[in-house]
Design a protein around this ligand. Structure first.
Ligand code: O7M
Length: 213
């Protein structure tokens, strides 16, 4: 994944046609496309391969099972063209390690989640989840743009691993604040794909992020 615009598009649309339309409009302003269950269930898993021809694809399946099942999921995602996957850390270090091995290190581990409920269970254990991500050899973590101070705190635990951060726009976070707090990439969905002009929205975010880097 090249670090140019520092934007990861969360492509949570529910048809192949919408996915193609949005990606075609914004492809110059995003470094990667994150695909989650809504699009996979709507368009089928071949959408991973199709999108991977345009940009690097991160499969956000928030994998959280026993090591063997995690390995099988990751192998399927990578064989369909994913460049990286996202897993949860709460299933334990062996489960995260199974993802890391199957993805040859290309794994991001969710720590504290960005929504209000993320404060209930993930926030109190986020430091531990970040430490698990580090010791398992993951590429990076997912940390909340809605609480930039937590990005800065988690950065101290993981050192120079990457931080990708959702919560910009629709969830209230500000892109430049997240980058200033230490994020490498912002993850943006609705603020781009629901915008009247997705290309313009992505361009403005890229300018905001570049300007504050
Ligand atoms: O910009 P949005 O709010 O429309 O979309 C945000 C995306 O980031 C959406 O795909 C969520 O599933 C994802 N996300 C969060 O919003 N919060 C989190 O704490 C974690 C994620 C995520 O990407 O986890 C990998």
């Amino acid at each position: 994944m090249q670090k140019k615009t520092r934007i990861i598009l969360a492509l949570d649309v529910t048809s192949r046609a919408d996915a193609l339309r949005v990606v075609d409009a914004v492809k110059d302003y995003v470094d990667a496309i994150k695909i989650n269950w809504p699009l996979i269930l709507a368009a089928g898993p071949d959408i991973i391969q199709e999108m991977s021809k345009v940009k690097d694809v991160i499969c956000d399946f928030k994998i959280s099972d026993i090591p063997n099942t995690n390995r099988l999921i990751v192998e399927q995602a990578m064989s369909k063209g994913a460049s990286a996957v996202i897993c949860h850390g709460f299933a334990g270090e062996d489960s995260v390690k199974a993802c890391v091995d199957a993805a040859k290190g290309q794994v991001f581990v969710v720590t504290e989640m960005s929504h209000p409920g993320g404060k209930q269970f993930t926030a109190p254990v986020a430091d531990m989840l970040a430490a698990i991500a580090k010791s398992a050899g993951a590429r990076g973590i997912v940390a909340p743009a809605t609480r930039p101070e937590r990005i800065a705190a988690l950065r101290k635990i993981i050192g120079n691993m990457e931080i990708i951060t959702p919560g910009v726009g629709a969830q209230g976070g500000k892109a430049s604040d997240a980058i200033r707090a230490g994020a490498d990439y912002i993850i943006v969905g609705r603020a781009i794909y629901e915008a009247a002009d997705p290309r313009d929205a992505a361009q403005k975010l890229a300018a905001e992020v570049g300007g504050s880097a």
